[in-house]
Design a protein around this ligand. Structure first.
Ligand code: CTP
Ligand code: MG
Length: 561
């Protein structure tokens, strides 16, 4: 057992030291990468993390004026970047040029005097700017421009989609409107960095890293913030040899990695709950397969999931990022399918037996690998192209993928997004889910190793099923909706925007029509809304009639999501 443990450690060391070397060359790599048009994933993450450490989050009074704000804050140091947003008040993210500026700023901050209650004197980088004396009376014209951190409502989205010229443009437009903005990603890294300050009370060398849709390039505005507490930097790897003596820390020991992770998350969760400014509704979900602490970070509006010891998930985020980078069509198709699944209640924000966004993304990747001219390489191909320095073994799983994307030679595939969308629905409308497993490592259907309704092999932990939670009802709903959507797109009149309509009242067509609740009703797919009792054929006919008709009065009418 001891042998196994040290073996495990050795495997970890491989990843950690790779990361440490990368961290030292971050700036150079980013610059070289940007110049060559290929930014390395870990270099990008390191750059964002370093920016976040030089940033503060400031709650501003309602009548703040940008000039006054910047004049006051920049007294403490040079401001590299800043932006404002609204979330129960006005907030500003300020990135200074150095960390020392933050020390100067903090030296001027006071712990507030709260009436009737007592304050926990924790000096975080979440600050409140207050008027003192005369300033508050100033009727400064508010010239602030606010960054949007939430997606536009579905009815506004469909209006935008209807105004496009082709289905391909509609998919691109959807991505543009839904994807995370640069500022939103900065705010996500800042929230991780603020939490790190709390965890650092116990583990000064720890890092809190975002993963999942924040960094995999498929994130939609408003998506949750997945984070993990990375303690690998603490291992103490550089022992001096030769003296015949060595020192090590005395430590408490747990019965397994899992129990250690649980106790660390329990304590950090407690700290977040008791001392974390702006952190509310803290729940410790320590008995889950992947123990986590869930809470809302009010100032940013993010729903946060903090895990620990979750390096594999980080690697699968990198894998998705790489696939998203290889061809622009990948992200457009994923955004469209995720949106389609959400409006028809195939996915849900509540955990349960539904298909998740992660599973859906893997389904899209697999479909793209299975084209006659594969649009994407298999995971085994990405591993085979890797340099020795890319090698990454995590807890016995080979997570190696190539980091230099210029080494990947893609096949010629000129399918339009319209074609890919239609054929995605046909592919999964007729897929042998009962006998076959989806496997992006091999890029081929495999025999199912277990009898769960939907089997999608986890790319790196190959013994796991990504969609183990999905029950047969949910899979059937997905298949029915795929069939209905494929059939729907076969109707040629759906593909064209009606001519002669005024810009504001274009009947839904193409992707916008696919997002109408009637598509799901035709498929007999029960959402959480009441299903209309009307024969399917009639509903389909009336839907088509409404699309064919050029009356223009219908406009876009949809349920909010
Ligand atoms: N993950 C995994 N296996 C699962 C579920 C999740 O490996 N069965 C990993 C994936 O790397 C995923 C990350 O955990 O990206 C976060 O999970 P989740 O929040 O469910 O998915 P996201 O990709 O972040 O998508 P969303 O926008 O729905 O949050
Ligand atoms: Mg997520």
């Amino acid at each position: 057992k001891l042998g196994q443990k040290s073996d495990l450690r050795a495997r970890r060391i491989i990843t950690t030291s790779t990361f440490a070397t990368k961290a030292q060359t971050v700036k150079k790599t980013v610059q070289a990468g940007v110049a060559a048009g290929k930014e390395s994933f870990s270099a990008l993450q390191e750059e964002r993390r370093e920016q976040a450490e030089r940033s503060v989050l400031i709650s501003c009074p309602p009548n703040i004026n940008q000039k006054k704000f910047l004049d006051y804050i920049s007294k403490h140091g040079h401001i590299e970047n800043h932006f404002f947003y609204q979330s129960y008040g006005i907030y500003a993210v300020v990135e200074f040029s150095t960390k020392e500026c933050i020390s100067a700023l903090k030296a001027n901050c006071t712990i507030p005097n709260v009436q009737h209650e007592a304050a926990v004197p924790f000096k975080s980088r979440l600050l409140s700017l207050k008027w003192t004396g005369q300033g508050s009376q100033s009727n400064a014209s508010n010239t602030l421009k606010f960054q949007k951190h939430l997606p536009i409502p579905i009815n506004e989205l469909t209006q935008h989609l209807c105004k496009q010229e082709s289905i391909d443009q509609q998919l691109q437009c959807l991505t543009d409107l839904y994807q995370l903005t640069d500022e939103n990603i900065s705010l996500r890294f800042l929230v991780c960095s603020l939490l790190r300050d709390i965890a650092a009370a116990y583990f000064p060398e720890c890092i809190i890293r975002p993963f999942g849709s924040t960094i995999n390039s498929f994130g939609k505005l408003g998506c949750d913030l997945d984070m993990f507490l990375d303690l690998d930097g603490i291992s103490g790897l550089n022992q001096r040899k030769g003296s015949g003596l060595s020192l090590e820390y005395q430590v408490k020991q747990g019965t397994s990695e899992r129990t250690v992770t649980q106790s660390i998350l329990s304590v950090i969760g407690e700290c977040v709950d008791q001392f974390g400014p702006g952190c509310v509704g803290v729940q410790k979900i320590l008995n889950a397969r992947c123990p986590l602490v869930r809470f809302a970070h009010q100032p940013s509006g993010f729903q946060c999931d903090l895990t620990a010891n979750n390096r594999v998930a980080m690697k699968s985020s990198e894998l998705l990022f790489v696939y998203g980078k290889l061809d622009a069509r990948v992200r457009h198709l994923v955004f469209a399918i995720r949106c389609w699944a959400r409006v028809h209640s195939i996915t849900s924000s509540i955990p349960g037996a539904w298909i998740t966004n992660f599973s859906l993304t893997v389904l899209v990747l697999f479909f793209l690998q299975r084209r006659t001219q594969p649009l994407l390489p298999t995971l085994d191909q990405l591993r085979d192209l890797a340099d020795p320095s890319d090698q990454c073994i995590i807890e016995g799983n080979d997570c190696t993928i190539v980091s230099d994307l210029s080494k990947i030679k893609l096949q010629k595939n000129s399918d339009t997004l319209e074609k890919l969308l239609q054929e995605f629905f046909e592919f999964y409308g007729n897929f042998a889910f009962s006998s076959t497993s989806i496997n992006i490592r091999k890029g081929k259907e495999q025999n199912k190793p277990e009898s769960t309704p939907l089997h999608i092999q986890n790319p790196f932990e190959t013994g796991l099923n990504v969609s183990k939670n999905v029950n047969s009802t949910q899979l059937e709903r997905f298949v029915a909706l795929c069939r209905e959507s494929a059939w729907f797109l076969e109707q040629k009149e759906v593909h064209k925007r009606s001519a002669g309509q005024s810009a504001d009242v274009i009947p839904p067509w193409g992707l916008a029509a696919l997002l109408l609740p009637s598509v799901a009703q035709s498929a007999g797919v029960k959402g959480r809304r009441k299903k209309k009792h009307q024969p399917a054929s009639e509903r389909i006919r009336s839907l088509l009639e409404s699309i064919k008709s050029n009356s223009g009065g219908a406009g876009v009418k949809q349920n909010a999501v």
